[in-house]
Design a binder for this molecule. Sequence first.
Ligand SMILES: [Zn+2]
Length: 325
Amino acid sequence: MPQTQPAFGGMLRQLVDLGLFEFDTEPLDIVIERRLKEFWKYTTCPRCDHPSIHTWESSDRVICRNCDFKPVYTYGTPFHEKHLSCGEVLLAYLLYADTLLSISQIAVVLDRAYKTVYYTIREVEAAVTRGFPLVWEQFQHAISGPTQVDESSTVCSGYKGQDPPRNSRYRGGSSRSERSRWKGRHGDQITLIAACRDELRVIRGHRGIDFETDLAPVMQEAEDLSQPLGEVWTDGLQAYRRMEYDHRIVVHDERYVSADGVHINQVECLFSLVKPWLRKFRGLSKQGLEQAAHTFGLIRSLSLVGASLEIVVDCLATGSLLSST
Ligand SMILES: [Zn+2]
């Protein structure tokens, strides 16, 4: 009987089995260790809350001089107690956020169980999302000009509210049963709402295009990350007419750039990038898809300002060590 194979990654699996992807993550491990230890100096003790954490280059432990707590430097971060090295954790996240590889394919490349990779990525994603606003502040001085806001046509989340079908291949074994047993429904529709200002990209997935619940939060987020917001450019959608911002409209059916230069080309370009990227998430729930869309905006913003890998680690460290309150 023919086996059900995933649409992509079968040949990749063979390359993995041949041992082509033996990652040496040590250079990345070193970067992460150095950055996390820096962050420990500015945080308080997770046990006694005292601001007297000390670190050493030679030890993987940090120490609280007040209560003698000695956690490893990954304590409280998504790097802690993983079956992956620090470098592999970050690599998994970057392959997820910054390439067209699906999570199944990333699991194949890293030769790890899907669930290990999935939950690791989710954890890193949550921490980066929490830490991003504080780290982004240092780029804010360069963010100016009008903010373009637009909504997409609907995007399908693929499968609804259940674990995705996948080719479950764990180390040393293989099973194709889950995919063939999949009885899930094809899923929710979401609409993408995005704001672009200079290099800043904010994207959210929403049920609809109501002003209060869907459009306003995106503009609020763009304002928080680049304030003050200033002029907002949109298309002629009725819902935008309720906003308080200094607001100019390009009416799309007539032309793409209004006579006085108003346009939303940046957001349309962004949608043309994010849509094919989102298509790799056939397995994600609606919530996962919304989270992914938001992540695309953050990573795209960091790419556009030319941020280094260290900045991504800083977001992650900020989100897990400094934003715990
Ligand atoms: Zn302490």
